[in-house]
Ligand binder design. Structure first.
Ligand SMILES: [Zn+2]
Length: 254
């Protein structure tokens, strides 16, 4: 397999020494159970694949973008009692993000996208605190929000449901267990109306919410749905990376 110049872990100094990188993408996943049928690394696999595909799209369209290695640990404070769910606290994530951003800034990379693939991670507040401290532009995308999933799936689900299962069937076809082994992904709702309806918020205690660790029914997942959705998300994020690479940071507003 030849090395891909837009994937940092695969490329080399010979290729990068005279190639100014315009945008770095930091994919950020999680390590946690995903119903009975998907692997613990689901968010990490998905976000890595999307970062690499979007960087490739941008590269082919003339933008010098590189996907950094994926951070595999997410905020999982609501899953600490689920075996081998590995939590990384927001304050630790902030320290990691600050170090990565500072290294890039010191090397003349001017733009960083944090590509998030886990619902428990939230980079907005971190970026608000980080931005004035570093000399590079930092932005974030939660990839599952940039395309309307309901146009691709009957019931996308939010954790190990139809959307994630379809994506995994497409990117790592040997890893998902047969759908016959998956739980229903039934999620219990809050009894308090405001929390149930979403205008009030509190983190959920996962073990009480679901019996199989999934939230969302995976049964209607197919490879084909996964591929179509991935293509749409790749083009959306890839197009954003092209725009970001071209953008004049001193002239961002119309
Ligand atoms: Zn997930």
């Amino acid at each position: 397999m030849p090395s891909r110049p837009f994937v940092l872990a695969e490329t080399n100094w010979k290729s990068l020494k005279d190639t100014p990188i315009e945008v770095a993408v930091l994919p950020w996943g999680a390590t946690e159970p995903h119903n009975f049928h998907l692997p613990y690394g689901t968010d990490t696999y998905e976000t890595t694949a999307l970062a690499e595909r979007a960087a490739e799209f941008a590269w082919k369209n003339g933008a010098k973008v590189v996907a950094l290695p994926t951070v595999p640990f997410g905020v999982n404070t609501g899953q600490l009692d689920l075996r081998l769910a590995i939590n990384m606290n927001p304050s630790t994530q902030f320290a990691v993000l600050t170090d990565v951003a500072s290294a890039l800034a010191g090397q003349g990379v001017k733009k960083l996208l944090v590509l998030n693939g886990h619902g428990g991670n939230d980079f907005k507040q971190m970026i608000r605190e980080l931005q004035p401290k570093v000399d590079l532009f930092v932005c974030t995308i939660n990839w599952w929000t940039c395309i309307k999933a309901t146009e691709f799936f009957d019931e996308p689900g939010d954790h190990a449901g139809e959307m994630e299962t379809s994506i995994m069937m497409s990117i790592v076809p040997d890893l998902p267990r047969p759908l016959s082994e998956a739980g229903s992904g039934k999620a219990r709702k809050f009894r308090i109306a405001g929390l149930r309806d979403g205008w009030a918020w509190a983190p959920r205690h996962w073990r009480e919410v679901t019996d199989d660790t999934g939230t969302g029914n995976p049964k209607a997942a197919t490879v084909d749905k996964g591929e179509k959705f991935l293509r749409a998300v790749t083009e959306r994020i890839g197009g954003f990376l092209v725009d970001l690479a071209k953008a004049d940071l001193k002239n961002l507003y119309e």
